[in-house]
Design a protein around this ligand. Sequence first.
Ligand code: UD1
Length: 430
Amino acid sequence: MEQYVIKGGNPLVGEVKIGGAKNAALAILAAAIMTDETVLIENLPDVRDINVLLQAIEGIGAAVERIDRHTVKINGSMIRDVNIEYEYIKKIRASYYLLGALLGKYKKAEVALPGGCNIGSRPIDQHIKGFRALGADVRIEHGLIITEAEQLIGNHVYLDVVSVGATINIMMVAALSQGNTILENAAKEPHVVDVANFLNSMGANIKGAGTDVIRIKGVEKLHKTEYSIIPDQIEAGTFMFAAAATKGDITVKNVIPKHLEATTAKLLEIGCEVEEFDDAVRVVSSKPLKHTHVKTLPYPGYPTDMQPQIAVTLGLSEGTSIITESIFENRFKYVDELARMGGDIKVEGNTAIINGVSKYTGARVSAPDLRAGAALVIAGLAAEGITVVDDIVYIQRGYECFEEKLRGLGAQIEKVSSENEIHKFRLKVG
Ligand code: UD1
């Protein structure tokens, strides 16, 4: 089991380059199998979730050729199986995108039903509602979602909750359905737009992605394309809060500043300086941080995937801050870990009440999930003394070379896998 060991207390200073968006890439890789021609995808993040999905795609017979660390060629012409096993779904819920991709292309898909996950219950009723509206039969048998259709026909679909996954899955099926689909109350996240752009580059006809009404005119088939994935707004935001919490000065490069507006707004509210460039943002934290209130919302609201990172930062800000988590019910699991580092946060239902403390002190903590794990690393970087973060396998699901990028900013952090290595690190950093 690998761990991060961190000696905190240094302000992080310098430049960091952000990779491709994991959540866009997961959907785009699934959509890539919807043509029989070869698709080239660039700016792919080299993280665990992506590599597992590539294995799942290979597992059903697609050809996957890794050109380099961030580029892959996919050819879905030889797919012989429309069944995605629980093994993959258990590792990454986003394999459910293969449901929409396979249903659209082959009119049949069987995908293991995803269970709950660390951040709470994750229903897929809206995905199913959309598939049914387009003419598919959907049933659940032996832990599988089995969906098939004689023909898929465009329809009017209204989502009862704004769901990124359902929006993308329904968009994929509608792209290869007959006639027009109007998807209302759609998610507006940057990665929804990226997937629509990708499908359009393959010959789909999707308009309105990025607004809450998406109009899709079905086409008969999709063709080859070359496509580069957008930068990861959550990776970028994580480094922006690392600057804030460590009193640092970080220029986050290769980003689309517009996608970071909710994060930027909160950083300004708590007293950081944020400078925007064409494809970079600089965050400087030189004054005492102030408290604020945050409510997670669908885009363009404040992202739930950035909630733990702002919480550890507010934990070091003057006064009392309140966070309301309105997307997932179980996203405060880092709070008990942070308490071990001296944080003062009380959770009541979907609300966290944070009383700022003057410092965290290093402790042994465990990453409860991907983003909370990254947030605990930020806490460790800001803390006095040494922090050991266990279960970093969660963090590796979504951050490429996290420790190397942090070291490039002056952090003292190492990936270790034994008590002996932790001991050596302690001796080294003194
Ligand atoms: C995606 C992201 C995840 C992010 C989340 C919200 C990926 C791979 N994951 O997850 O990192 O935290 O968006 O921005 O892109 N819901 C239903 N029924 C459904 C689907 C969703 O009730 O059929 C609810 C969920 O329980 C949740 C809300 O809708 O409360 C939003 O979920 P959704 O946007 O679907 O999240 P994911 O696509 O799973």
